[in-house]
Ligand binder design. Structure first.
Ligand code: NDP
Length: 308
């Protein structure tokens, strides 16, 4: 039975457990840093210099050859999609010791997660899909939420490791369930971001200050993470920090489309958001996800700023 538990069990962690972390991107770097503070942690990254810099900064052990992560009892990954995880797992699986558990923090396709689990099971390696939410700030503070799909015994085995990177661990079902929940969550993020951008630019074009509108919305029923955090902290001050690529958000909304199909739901709202987000990712190459707001601003001819 899936369970939810926000109580950290970090104090019970057997810190002799050897951990490996694959993929030191915006999320992987801080997550692996928190693990390295508690466990012997080997880090691998496609671009090896990133792993070497991580080792120098955080006391992890950089490995250039993927096979050198074998020997770790827990292998964590945080790559762009399940496609990259499948490639890495295919190369690494024969070297892993039976009983190893692979914890995949990538936001990927549920069907892809099931394929990876089957591949690893052939080597007696467990697999949990454990995508995360909370962004780079949550990763840095070890306060992510992780939604876990897979075997409850495997989750119990790696629970202390997960508690090192996450403040909330929710077992949502079998392998693939974590990926499915993550895709729907991020589709909701994209929906609220687009909707808030439309509403706020329309108000600004009619002379209503976004700060005033957001003050009202913050204590009203239309509030969301976008209106509470993303607009005040990233749009109105024009900082638009690069923390989560728009292309990755577009990927997540596409994945939500396949979750809808799997559930027999037509989903016209999320399909429209999928089209808008995919088109924006093509138009705004290499942009952060919040920068889709700029497209609305340009179309309407206003800039949402705290100075208005
Ligand atoms: P980044 O783009 O910052 O990092 C991607 C990582 O994957 C890098 O380490 C990169 O290595 C590696 N990589 C890319 N292609 C390959 C490949 N073909 N083979 C092996 N390694 C590869 O991504 P994020 O850290 O932002 O995101 C990682 C995952 O986490 C994604 O699934 C994303 O959707 C999810 N996520 C992201 C959040 C965020 O706020 N950023 C929040 C929650 C989830 P290299 O250094 O060589 O390029």
């Amino acid at each position: 039975m899936p369970t939810s538990d926000a109580t950290p069990a970090v104090d019970d962690a057997p810190t002799s457990t050897e951990v490996a972390f694959l993929g030191l991107g915006a999320m992987g770097r801080p997550m692996a840093a928190n693990l390295a503070a508690r466990y012997p942690t080997r880090v691998w990254n496609r671009t090896t210099s990133v792993a070497e810099a991580h080792a120098a900064a955080h006391g992890s052990t950089a490995v250039a050859d993927l096979a050198e992560v074998a020997g770790a009892q827990v292998v964590c990954s945080c790559l762009p999609t399940d496609v990259e995880v499948a490639a890495v797992a295919g190369a690494l699986a024969p070297a892993l010791a039976p009983g190893t558990v692979w914890v995949d923090h990538t936001s990927g396709n549920p069907a892809g997660a099931r394929d990876i689990a089957e591949l690893l099971a052939g080597h007696d390696v467990g697999y949990l899909d454990a995508p995360v939410s909370g962004g780079t700030d949550g990763a840095a503070s070890g306060a992510l939420t992780t939604m876990v799909g897979g075997d409850a015994d495997d989750l119990a085995t790696v629970r202390a490791v997960l508690d090192t990177v996450a403040a909330r661990v929710v077992h949502v079902g079998d392998v693939g369930a974590g990926m499915a929940v993550k895709a729907v969550n991020n589709a909701l993020l994209a929906t609220s971001l687009w909707a808030a951008a439309e509403g706020l630019t329309a108000l600004a074009a009619q002379g209503i200050a976004p700060t005033s509108a957001l003050e009202v919305i913050a204590s009203s029923s239309g509030r969301s993470f976008a209106t509470e955090t993303l607009f005040p902290d990233r749009v109105l001050d024009r900082s638009f920090p690069h923390t989560f690529a728009l292309a990755l958000l577009a990927k997540d909304v596409r994945l939500a489309g396949s979750v809808l199909a799997g559930g027999g739901v037509d989903g016209p709202v999320l399909h429209l958001v999928e089209q808008l987000t995919s088109a924006a990712a093509v138009e705004l190459e290499d942009a952060d996800h919040v920068e889709l707001v700029r497209m609305l601003e340009r179309a309407v001819g206003v800039e949402l700023s705290s100075l208005q």
